[in-house]
Design a protein around this ligand. Sequence first.
Ligand code: SAM
Length: 220
Amino acid sequence: MSAFEDTLVHQGQRRKLALELQGKGIASQQVLAAITAVPRHWFFPKDFQSFAYRDAAFPIDHGQTISQPLTVAQQTQLLALAPNSKVLEVGTGSGYQAAVLLEMGFEVYTIEYIRPLLEQSMQVLSQIKGQIRAFHGDGSKGLAKYAPYDGIVVTAGAPVLPTELIAQLNEGGMLVIPVGNHPQKLTMMRYTKLANGEIREESFGPAKFVPLKGEFGFEP
Ligand code: SAM
């Protein structure tokens, strides 16, 4: 079987997964449609593709993980992006979250700290429709060259709010990021840059992520 096959069985498993996520509180039809469309098994190591449609995180290379589908759906829903928005993802990992954002028609920038992971994910993302703009580097500082963004999503846990990410948001733009003093004890946060320059802060419950690396991360 080719690595990029998408059978009727896979498609059925995705419809079931989307229903499961709806039952867990994902209300956005656009997010559920993207989860239904993107072949998550392509982002898995070949021998473990049968795990792709469980609502669970899964280890990928270099000690990292592909996020749980519920987490991907929640973070994407929290971004509340208008059609054609420009979005930055920090932490490409497997590439799955980027593929979900691409499927929704956004202009997607993604940055990954671990170069071989980025190279691996690019092989898969090249099979997905839409143009991905992928970069290697320390995304805890954002990606200033292409700023401002309508939304930024960070898919690793941060010890503090990286202020450079706020600076790279458009007015009305939102940053969705898990923050806390331990990667296993984080809170999913959303920061909105308001017209008067103030930042609205909202929290959405506990979260667990791999640690954000780099200048504003937990580790170098
Ligand atoms: N979004 C990913 C997916 O869909 O598979 C989940 C990625 S995993 C939970 C978090 C990723 O963030 C890892 O690949 C890790 O290497 C990356 N990362 C950690 N710190 C980073 C940083 N400062 N800049 C860019 N990527 C970072």
